[in-house]
Design a protein around this ligand. Structure first.
Ligand SMILES: [Zn+2]
Length: 694
């Protein structure tokens, strides 16, 4: 009966459309296997021959170049949709197995075709999936097609693995390596390509860092080759700027060290049907044969490069991305976003006086392309502000409001519960009623008794359902706060700030608390540092922080203090000034307290006139000048000063003085000498000394 397709094609089929499904697995087949494509399009004529009008034949060819095993074939899905909606009278394919390589898709299509009485036609004949025999045959065809695919794949895979084990498998080589005509892998004869790769390895050997290599390439405006792996320009050499990923790819690839390697990556299909490549550890590589072909570096150099990369990766640390809280003090680790480019910011630490200071950085462009760092934000102030914000957010008032809202919601739930319970009571009443009616009926009256029994059963089922629904809802609403939980939440208001500021709380715990409360924080550094804080519940807060002063500015002594020192220098030595300033509670920039050295350094830095010069300007004399003026020895002058007969002003901390000239001296001393309290008469005594001395 299969040989007479016209028997199966009915008028009802001809009223609907005929769909011709055309597909080739790969673009290559589309380009090279044109005969098959032609045959597939030829099915259109067959549909016409079976009786369909030319305009009712629709060709679906949007899946050309898609494998039958792939599940996102748009054309196949459209076909299934059309069949499902009953628009299709017949589906034509070259081999029906081509419709779907996947048994599940195929059987689903058969099922739908049977339901909508749609025919299926291939080169061998026409089938009606509603008929058991046809359906069995179609099912077999589908299963065999799937098995064929499996056997093909297994055979190919086995061959590939065998070749790989021997190191003879031809794998697409990375840029810089090419297969010669006799199948031997060697360096690319293109001198420029060779030169670029040698430059890369040499620069990495010199700098020891992939980042520095990128930077050097940018600095010298070098372009690097890469081989296009797919698309119309497949295998073509493209030139572009070097980036970090490319450097790492080259450095990590053992083929540049002349090693044959297979199985470095393992593809895994995820739930969405996409294949994700996963890098495997070296001990799980399928084949690794060092010195299999020519390379740019030796195997030892390759190993040493791997070690260096591994060490710098360790130095950078893993405390950078979103992930579990780690030990570092940066509070917002993994929660900060860059306000300029939207990327996740990483964390760095400065060590100052044995303490770590965090810094939030947006480094992606810098690492990848050697460009300037997008932005750096000093973290200490940010962390402090976030801490204050959290302590403020978890306060008794805020928690009380939250609990009130919770209570309000709870009361509404109770109302709903009452209503649902009424529903259960009603079902119970109806059930009882039906039972009573059934009990009262005459058992001989079978007809009535049967219908009443059915009614009773019906109400019993309804009662069971109502009970079930009630219990389910009640359980759903059962997340009621107990009194203990209630008081625990309120206690949090006082506990949280205490715990937060307790120095014994480890940084990791503090970070975990932040993660419970905050979704993320966006940082932007402009005139000020702006923080956009997003709480878990969706609330947002914006904070503005002043930019912290640069360290040199922190160490700067305020101008007012300098002015004060300048003023004090008129009448005091540096030691005295230090004592005065300390007594007033003034602090020098970046220091704990003043001492003579600090005051001297400040005076020197700000070019304050030395006290010595000031005194000299006021006409004071040096020891020698004084001795000459009074015509005595310097020792005598010192002795007179000690006895208070002369007035001197110290200008250093070693009791070195400048002397007021004698005219001043007499003016000063005469009045003080007049009361004859002191034994020596100042007017006469010097002279007598003088006389004695001479
Ligand atoms: Zn950025």
């Amino acid at each position: 009966m299969m040989n007479d397709p016209h028997q199966k094609v009915q008028a009802s089929h001809l009223k609907r459309n005929a769909y011709v499904y055309v597909r080739q697995s790969t673009l290559r087949q589309v380009l090279e296997n044109t005969e098959s494509t032609k045959r597939q399009y030829g099915l259109r004529q067959r549909a016409v021959a079976l009786g369909w009008a030319e305009e009712r034949v629709i060709v679906i060819d949007s899946d050309l170049g898609q494998s039958g095993a792939s599940s996102d074939r748009e054309g196949f899905q459209r076909l299934v949709a059309e069949v499902g909606m009953g628009h299709a009278g017949i589906v034509l394919g070259l081999e029906v197995s081509r419709l779907a390589r996947n048994s599940m898709d195929w059987h689903r299509l058969l099922e739908i075709c049977a339901l909508t009485s749609t025919l299926i036609c291939d080169e061998d004949g026409t089938y009606d999936p509603a008929h058991f025999n046809d359906r069995l045959l179609l099912g077999l065809k589908g299963t065999m097609s799937e098995a064929e695919l499996h056997v093909l794949r297994a055979r190919l895979q086995g061959g590939i693995l065998n070749k790989a084990r021997r190191g003879e498998l031809e794998i697409r080589p990375p840029v810089g390596l090419v297969y010669s005509s006799d199948g031997v892998l060697g360096l690319d004869p293109d001198r420029q390509v060779q030169h670029c790769l040698r430059w890369l390895f040499a620069t990495f050997a010199r700098t020891g860092s992939a980042c520095a290599t990128v930077k050097a390439a940018r600095l010298e405006h070098l372009v690097f080759p890469r081989r296009c792996s797919q698309g119309a320009r497949r295998r073509e050499l493209l030139w572009g700027e070097l980036d970090h990923d490319q450097v790492l790819r080259v450095l990590h690839n053992p083929r540049y060290a002349g090693a044959f390697v297979y199985g470095r990556y393992h593809g895994q299909r995820n739930v969405e049907g996409l294949v994700r490549m996963q890098r495997m550890p070296r001990e799980q590589w399928f084949a690794l044969i060092p010195d299999a072909h020519a390379g740019y570096i030796s195997w030892d150099e390759y190993e040493s490069n791997q070690r260096r990369l591994h060490e710098s990766a360790k130095a950078i640390g893993t405390d950078r991305h979103r992930g579990p809280a780690r030990e570092g003090p940066a509070l917002l680790q993994g929660l900060v976003l860059c306000g300029r480019c939207g990327r996740r910011m990483s964390i760095g630490y400065h060590s100052r006086h044995g303490q770590l200071y965090p810094e939030y950085r947006c480094m992606r462009e810098h690492i990848q392309k050697g460009e300037a760092v997008c932005q750096r934000v000093p973290g200490a102030g940010v962390d402090q502000a976030i801490g204050a914000l959290l302590v403020e957010a978890v306060n008794p008032v805020a928690l009380d409001v939250t609990l009130q809202v919770q209570r309000e919601l709870q009361s509404r739930l109770e109302e709903a519960d009452c209503l649902r319970h009424a529903q259960v009571e009603r079902a119970q009443y109806e059930c009882d009623l039906a039972q009573r009616r059934y009990m009262r009926v005459d058992p001989d009256n079978r007809l009535v008794a049967d219908s009443l029994e059915a009614q009773w059963n019906e109400t019993l089922r309804a009662l069971g359902a109502a009970h079930e629904e009630y219990a389910r809802r009640r359980e759903q609403d059962a997340h009621v706060l107990t009194n203990e939980q209630h008081s625990a939440i309120l206690a949090l208001a006082s506990d949280f700030p205490r715990l937060w500021s307790d120095p014994a709380t480890p940084d990791r715990e503090r970070k975990r608390m932040v993660r419970l409360l905050l979704e993320d924080v966006t940082l932007n550094r402009g005139e000020q540092i702006s923080l956009q804080v997003r709480f878990k519940g969706g609330a947002c807060r914006t904070l503005q922080l002043p930019l912290p002063l640069p360290s040199w500015q922190i160490r700067l002594t305020p101008a007012a203090v300098i002015g004060e020192i300048d003023r004090l220098l008129n009448d005091h030595t540096v030691l005295q000034i230090a004592t005065i300033l300390n007594a007033r509670g003034v602090r020098p920039g970046g220091g704990a307290s003043f001492n003579s050295r600090v005051v001297t350094r400040l005076a020197c830095t700000y070019h304050l006139k030395p006290r010595y010069d000031r005194l000299r300007e006021r006409g004071l004399l040096t020891l020698e000048e004084m001795a000459a003026t009074l015509q005595v020895t310097t020792t005598t002058v010192k002795r007179w000063l000690q006895r208070g007969l002369l007035r001197g002003h110290p200008y250093s901390d070693k009791n070195e003085c400048l002397y007021e000239p004698p005219s001043n001296h007499s003016q000063h001393t005469t009045p003080s000498a007049k009361p004859a309290s002191g034994p020596p008469k100042p007017g006469a005594r010097p002279r007598s000394f003088e006389g004695g001395a001479v």
